[in-house]
Ligand binder design. Sequence first.
Ligand code: NAD
Length: 296
Amino acid sequence: PSHHAWDGNGAAVAPTPMPKRLEGKVAIVTGGARGIGEAIVRLFVKHGARVVIADIDGAAGEALASALGPQASFVRCDVSVEEDVQRAVDWALSRHGGRLDVYCNNAGVLGRQTRAAKSILSFDAGEFDRVLRVNALGAALGMKHAALAMAPRRAGSIVSVASVAGVLGGLGPHAYTASKHAIVGLTKNAACELGAHGIRVNCVSPFGVATPMLINAWRQGHGDDDLDLDITVPSDEEVEKMEEVVRGLATLKGTTLRPRDIAEAVLFLASDESRYISGHNLVVDGGVTTSRNLIG
Ligand code: NAD
C-alpha cells in the first residue's frame, strides 16, 4: 500500500510504495495469537518477515497463522517452559533455513486483580511465582535460546515487551511490576553480554492498550470476587469503553494508544534502522512516565 505524498510546495507527487523493513528476515513472536502480539505479527508480515507465532492458545494462534498465509506459522509454546521455548526456536530454524533474525518476547500475564491479591499484605506466593515465571523467566529463556540461534550468524535483534509498570511503581499488581522491572533489567544485562556476538537487546514499554488482558482485568475490577476471566475476543463496545478509560488516565490527550502503536516501536527495534541501539527501553506512553500528574 502507498499513501499520498506531497513535495515541499504542497503539490502532489507520485505515491511511494511502503518499504519493507524486515524483508527476508525470520521472526518469532511469543504471545502472538492476540492483542499486542497479534499486531506485531501482522506488522512484521506486512514488512516481509516470515513469522512464527509462539503461544499457548492453539486455536487463536492457528487461525491467525492460516489467515496470514505462507509467511506465518504457529507453534504451541508456553514461554515459562524451557523445552517449549527451545522447540519454538528449533521450529523456526528448521522451517526457515537455519535463520533467526528477530525474537520478540511479548507473552505476558497480569495476574489476579482482586484487592487481596494486589496487596503486599495478602498476596499469594504461588500466584506471584506464576507471574514471574511467565513474564520474567519466559523473557530470559527467550533471550537464551534466541541468542544461541543468532550467535553463529553474529546478528540478531531481541525485543521484549515490558510495560510502564517496569519503570514506575503503583501501576500493577506487585508480581507484575516486579516482573516488568525484571524485563528492563534483563534487557540491559543481556545487551551488555550479547553485543560481543552482534546481537542487540531492547524492550518496549507500553501504557494501557485495550487488549483482552486489560479488558479482562477491568472486568474483574477492584472488588473481592476472584473472577477468573479470560475473554479472548472482546466486543467492540468493550474495546471502546476501555480506550475511553485509558484516554482519561493518559497524559497525551486527543490520541488513542492502539496495539499497532506498540507494534511500530517493536518494528523499529527489530529492523536494521535501529542497528546501533541496544539495551534501550523505548516507552510508548504519551509521556505518562515523565509526567508529574501520573494517574490519580
Ligand atoms: P493479552 O492477554 O491480550 O495477550 C497475551 C497473549 O500471550 C495471548 O495470546 C496469550 O495466549 C499469550 N500467553 C499468555 N501466557 C503465555 C505463555 N505462558 N506462553 C506463551 N504465550 C502466552 O495481552 P496483551 O495486552 O496483548 O499483552 C502483551 C504484552 O504486553 C504482555 O507482556 C503485557 O504485559 C504487555 N503490556 C500490555 C499492556 C496493556 O495495556 N495491554 C500494557 C503494558 C504492557
